[in-house]
Design a protein around this ligand. Structure first.
Ligand code: PGA
Length: 231
């Protein structure tokens, strides 16, 4: 079964979250996950849908202003977390080391974890893609191993919010490379929408999608879930 996760990023407060969740009725045959901002998690959990956070800290508690821990998420009914999204790496100083620490803490506490890896366009074009991805995946693999609650999301930075997507062949190749380093399900992310989802999701080794923009609209996210369920 494919997993389709909607990463809402910094969109939708509790009111909009409630409205989305009431209207959202994913088909059987797909694992649909919503990842709202922290403040909207209670409203989302109440809806009964599967809810992941967009980040999780490595400590259970402590003097870490602005962070949220795995036990806090679990208390709320949240069952997983994204870690290491490229926006966290790019704007908030997230490193391979902090991503690994967040991943392990989440898994050990009992959360499912979607750990993100990505190369930039510059890294791809200068032939450094394999090295960059290897370092990112190995940091996670060394810390967590092929844990059954762990997923990787491959989200080429140049394809996020840009309207550009990796070709199905590019996605298949990179997913195979990632799985050769760490044998866990690998989601594809980067401008996934109903128009390109079938082609991407039907590639070998593409176990689902992490969706940004197209997950904000209940109709397009439901359409994506339907496509994944029908494959
Ligand atoms: P996008 O975002 O689907 O808007 O490109 C993907 C992501 O960053 O999760």
């Amino acid at each position: 079964m494919k997993l389709i996760a909607g990463n809402w990023k910094m969109f939708k407060g509790p009111g909009e979250t409630r409205a989305f969740c009431e209207a959202f009725d994913p088909p059987a045959g797909v694992e649909a996950v919503l990842c709202p901002p922290f403040v909207s998690l209670p409203a989302a959990v109440e809806s009964g849908h599967t809810i992941f956070a967009q980040n999780v800290h490595w400590a259970d508690d402590g003097a870490f202003t602005g962070e949220v821990s795995a036990p806090m998420l679990l208390e709320l009914g949240v069952t997983g977390a994204i870690v290491g999204h490229s926006e966290r790496r790019q704007y908030f100083g997230e490193t391979d080391e902090t991503v690994a620490r967040r991943t392990v803490a989440g898994l050990e506490a009992g959360l499912r974890v979607i750990a993100c890896v990505a190369e930039s366009l510059e890294e791809r074009e200068s032939g450094q893609m394999d090295l960059v991805l290897r370092l990112q995946v190995e940091a996670i693999a060394e810390a967590a191993g092929p844990h059954e609650q762990l997923l990787i999301a491959y989200e080429p930075v140049w394809a996020i919010g840009s309207g550009l997507t990796a070709t199905p062949e590019q996605a298949r190749e990179v997913h195979a490379f990632i799985k050769s380093l760490l044998d866990v399900p690998v989601l594809y992310g980067g401008s996934v929408k109903p128009e390109n989802a079938e082609e991407l999701l039907s590639q070998e080794g593409v176990d689902g999608a992490l969706v940004g923009g197209a997950s904000l609209d209940v109709e397009s996210f439901t359409a994506l879930c339907r496509i994944a369920a029908d494959l």
